[in-house]
Design a protein around this ligand. Structure first.
Ligand SMILES: C[C@H](O)[C@@H](O)[C@@H](O)C(=O)CO
Ligand SMILES: [Mn+2]
Length: 597
């Protein structure tokens, strides 16, 4: 697997097999040692086989050297976990244990407890007891209790327990992966977009990340002084000439650039991409004299200002944004970068959350236009059917640049369905199909006087997707919105007619949110009308429940979602804040506050 591009270890999961410490004639502990350690081994195997870091490597899991019956063993386990870089702990037990003596009291770990539902020994009673103690001590933990009683010798993990362990694991690894990494801002506030007004305190205290900032002149300096890997640049340019097919130029004839100027723009934007890569993650292949630049900014995500000043003068950043967000480039499949356009740091963070949860490339889009069935009929004569009809219309998602090319849905699963794959599953065939589904159009001179090339594709597959938005509200703090739904594959003539009414040379996705009939999900119109900003981050898959679990770990309340209530999994202490799932979330997040305050 690819090595990490970033400095800073990936989070390790520590399993804590916890046990009743009583010996004596009946040796309670002795009778439970094997079952307890087997639970730990089963949980470790589940994580190792199903969880991966964003770089594609299996998640590292360690188990305490012994079962944990008394506080001395608790301390020994904590010491081992400290040495191993454990950020996440899962305590497992089939029996009664002594909660405050055996619980994980490290204030910085993300915690879960699995109490085996077997009636021979009171594992569930310990679970309830230690979760109460976690709540009393302000160390909220996730509680996992299987629905059905299992036999004491059952070593299989029940399906509902498996689902919760994996949801917890994905969200905890995503949350802890951010610790110590950077968000790189290239340029500054973009066209007055609030999301591009970076809030370092939020990024530091909620995400545990650092903000790095670079003026865009650095890109020009590096181009001018040759601070880039010449061989890499030439390889990238050759690949680009072969696979990035130019499409129609919609600019008026008198504004269209010459072939020489267009070729010069290709060279410029390819150079921009290799330089932005280096800015984000460094590059040991840079010429010796550039040892400082070789270090990079250790950025897990970044944003580029683009509009306006840069794009009024230089070729735009659409090519670097599109390809860096994609699952591959001239070097083949590789971990997608997160590069937000318009320097919308809040949307970039949303993309980052979901890439860390899924290992998939992400789409950045304007939440541009709600199309009602009536408006579509009036504009095209077409009667909506299927998902678009069920959602009472659909939303046009379109923004130049930072939509991953995977968003066309040109990669196919084993059944021939269009998907966005985990990047390590993307084949050469997928890469070719995705590039064939994309054309590159000279930049709209109205918005991008400096030129450049915009990627263009239409999401032609009907795919499950999740759109989220991270918003900052003064006096409240961060909130998250989540809309699960599907991409809609409209008949070509219908899509064309609607697309032509706006930016016809940009990536285009038609989105039908799942409608619940309630609140902001009464119709697709209500989703748009309640959306908190101009942009959304879109991931393949219905991952809203994972986002909700991750948000609770980050202490970010969810203000809007259409995830079925039974899928909501948050720390057990949330139940103490009331029965209504939304209100308890707000109250709990306000009480616990940011992880790194
Ligand atoms: C029209 C502006 O130049 C575009 O940037 C606009 O479509 C946006 O994406 C604003 O978020
Ligand atoms: Mn936009």
């Amino acid at each position: 697997m690819a090595a990490s591009r970033l400095v800073g270890a990936y989070p390790v999961i520590g399993i804590r097999p916890t046990i009743d410490g009583r010996r004596g004639a009946l040796d309670v502990r002795g009778s439970l040692e094997e079952q307890t350690m087997n639970m730990a081994k089963a949980a470790a195997k589940l994580f190792e086989e199903n969880l991966r870091y964003s770089n594609g490597e299996p998640v590292k899991v360690v188990i305490a050297d012994t079962t944990i019956g008394r506080v001395g063993e608790t301390a020994a386990c904590a010491e081992k976990f400290r040495r191993e870089g454990v950020d996440i702990t899962v305590t497992v037990t089939p029996c009664w244990c002594y909660g405050s003596e055996t619980m994980d009291m490290d204030p910085h770990t993300i915690k879960a407890v699995w109490g085996f539902n077997g009636t021979e020994r009171p594992g569930a009673v310990y679970l309830a007891s230690v979760l109460a103690t976690h709540a009393q001590k302000g160390l909220p933990a996730f509680g996992i209790y299987g629905h059905d009683v299992c036999g004491a010798d059952d070593t299989d993990i029940p399906a509902d327990v498996r689902e919760k362990l994996l949801r917890f694991g994905r969200a905890a690894v995503a949350t802890a992966s951010m610790r110590g990494k950077s968000y790189l801002q290239i340029g500054s506030i973009c066209m007055g977009i609030g999301g591009s007004i970076i809030d370092s305190d939020f990024i530091e205290s909620y995400l545990g990340m650092r903000v790095e900032s670079v003026d865009e002149v650095e890109i020009i300096r590096r181009m001018t002084e040759g601070v880039y890997d010449q061989a890499e640049y030439e390889k990238a340019l050759a690949w680009t000439k072969e696979y990035c097919k130019e499409g129609f130029d919609t600019n008026p004839e008198h504004l269209q650039k010459s072939r020489e100027q267009k070729d010069s723009d290709w060279e410029f934007v390819v150079k921009m991409m290799v330089i932005i890569k280096d800015l984000m993650n460094g590059n040991k292949n840079l010429p010796e004299e550039f040892s400082e630049e070789a270090i990079g900014h250790n950025a897990l995500a970044a944003g580029f200002q683009g509009q306006r000043q840069w794009t009024d003068f230089y070729p735009n950043c659409d090519y670097p944004e599109a390809l860096l967000n994609t699952s591959f480039d001239w070097n083949g499949a590789r971990e997608p970068y997160i590069l937000a356009t318009e320097n919308d740091v809040l949307n970039g963070l949303g993309m980052m959350f979901m890439k860390l949860l899924t290992g998939k490339a992400q789409i950045f889009a304007d939440v541009r236009t709600y199309w009602s069935p009536e408006a579509v009929k009036k504009a095209t004569g077409f009667e909506l059917t299927g998902l678009a009809k069920e959602s009472d219309g659909f939303i046009h998602l379109i923004n130049s640049g930072a939509a991953c090319l995977d968003g066309s849905g040109a990669a196919k699963d084993e059944n021939g369905n269009g998907v966005i794959k985990q990047w390590w599953e993307v084949t050469e065939e997928d890469q070719k199909a995705i590039m064939d589904a994309t054309t590159w159009h000279y930049a709209n001179n109205g918005y991008f006087r400096g030129g450049g090339y915009s990627s263009r594709f239409e999401t032609k597959a009907e795919m499950p997707v999740t759109m989220i938005r991270l918003n900052l509200v003064k006096g409240l703090g961060p909130v998250l919105q989540i809309a699960e739904g599907w991409t809609v594959n409209l008949p070509e003539e219908v899509s064309d007619a609607l697309w032509k009414r706006t930016d016809y040379t940009w990536p285009c996705t038609w989105f039908a949110p799942r409608i619940t009939g309630k609140g902001a999900f009464r119709s697709a119109y209500d989703v748009m009308n309640n959306w908190g900003a101009n942009h959304g981050a879109i991931s393949h898959g219905h991952i809203g429940a994972d986002v909700i679990t991750m948000a609770s770990m980050l202490r970010i309340p969810v203000c809007m979602h259409n995830v079925p209530e039974e899928e909501i999994f948050r720390p057990a202490a949330w139940n103490a804040f009331g029965e209504d799932k939304e209100g308890q979330d707000y109250r709990a997040c306000a009480t616990y506050g940011p992880l790194y305050k």
